[in-house]
Design a protein around this ligand. Structure first.
Ligand SMILES: Cc1ncc(COP(=O)(O)O)c(C=O)c1O
Length: 381
């Protein structure tokens, strides 16, 4: 086995989950998904596809009608995008890997904005690239980007910038002026941007239906790849379906890489994706309202607890908070499982910048479950 792979750290979230194995009284908020099942019409579309016998390979880049539907969905939210600039992938994480494989190799320099969902920094590392981490700054009002520091870190040697906003775990969002400054800088340095915008619709500001996106202003030839997923906005985590929007040359390269990774997304899953997009403008705003109610239930309760420091996340499905005096997030998260029956993700799972913090996924069908979780935390504190 490659030495680099044996050195890859295991999931710290998994370690916390293991501490709860065998107990059926644990309240789990460590995972990045809703406890709702996918909407019935979406499930039906997959069942009908299977009943019709759609059990064959499809085009590497996805069904033509799904690529058209994604292009229409993206164009309605942002600037017009042609279907030829869309690749259907077998999940967001697969789309990220395809983009990373296309753009970096051994010894290449990558800059990533952190803390972040660990897969984003593990993927270039698996390919042998060197990842420089640029940390967001924790302020009382929430997490913020030190734009000068980020731009300083991106040099002509930087092959790729990886940025995830709305961010998992902090909820931090990029502003439009920050996006413009980053794009202009990367145009000068010749750096590609992989923008993970899988939480773009889960955005709680009244200003628009999506968080600011690079697709609002980047031209079609800019070195920008936007990665998206059906998992979060369409409650489809287990289906493994996502997409990329990129310049055409990168879509051509993706077709080759998809062939060697998964060959294509399953057709019945793509049919489910088509059904999800058909009702997106009813289902997504309703989901965001439910998630907002979750956030607005959890946040005030958490903020009244002693030693807890928390700021409202502007996007995403997570509250990232600190408990003063609890600096070892993994040990603390394990203790919460054992002593309080409460499963949260340790901040250290998102890199050293997240150490001392805990992530609570608030996507819960029942608000009462969140209230009960806070009671358990209060008891443990
Ligand atoms: C920031 C981020 N990007 C991408 C993904 C991947 O989503 P999926 O692979 O389920 O499409 C996740 C999932 O948690 C995520 O948090």
């Amino acid at each position: 086995m490659r030495e680099l792979i044996s050195r890859l750290p295991g999931s710290k979230i998994r370690e916390v989950a293991n501490a709860g194995i065998g107990r059926d009284d644990v309240l789990a908020f460590w995972f990045g998904e809703s406890d709702e099942a996918t909407a019935e019409p979406v499930r039906e579309a997959a069942i009908e596809s299977l009943s019709r016998g759609e059990t064959f390979y499809s085009h590497n880049l996805g069904l033509a009608e799904l690529r058209e539907a994604i292009a229409a969905y993206v164009s309605a939210l942002h600037r017009p995008v042609a279907a030829a600039r869309v690749a259907v992938t077998s999940s967001g994480v697969n789309g990220l890997m395809i983009a990373t494989q296309a753009l970096v190799g051994a010894g290449d320099e990558v800059v990533a904005v952190v803390p972040v969902w660990p897969n984003l920094t593990a993927q270039p590392a698996i390919l042998g690239a060197e990842v420089t981490r640029v940390a967001l700054v924790a302020r009382d009002s929430g997490w913020a980007l030190d734009l000068d520091r980020l731009l300083h870190a991106i040099t002509p040697r930087t092959k790729l910038l990886i940025v995830n906003a709305p961010n998992n775990p902090t909820g931090w969002c990029l502003s439009r002026p920050e996006q413009r400054a980053i794009l202009e800088h990367c145009r000068r340095s010749g750096t590609w941007i992989v923008a993970d915008e899988v939480y773009e619709r889960i955005h709680f500001s009244p200003e628009g239906v999506a968080a600011p996106s690079f697709l609002d202003f980047a031209s079609e030839d800019d070195r920008v790849v936007v990665v998206h997923s059906f998992s979060k906005s369409f409650v489809m985590t287990g289906w493994r379906l996502g997409w990329l929007v990129a310049p055409r040359a990168l879509i051509d390269a993706s077709a080759k890489l998809i062939e060697f990774n998964t060959s294509c997304a399953p057709v019945f899953v793509q049919r489910a994706g088509l059904a999800a997009l058909a009702s997106a403008e009813q289902s997504v705003p309703a989901l965001v309202q439910r998630l907002k109610a979750c956030r607005d239930t959890l946040l005030p309760l958490l903020s009244t607890l002693p030693r807890v420091r928390v700021a409202p996340p502007p996007g995403g499905m997570y509250v990232f908070f600190r408990v003063d005096g609890e600096d070892d997030s993994l040990a603390f998260a394990k203790r919460l499982v054992v002593e309080a029956g409460l499963e949260l993700a340790p901040g250290a799972a998102f890199g050293p910048e997240g150490e001392g913090w805990l992530r609570w996924c608030f996507a819960s069908r029942e608000l009462a479950r969140l209230v009960q979780g806070v009671e358990r935390l209060a008891g443990a504190l």
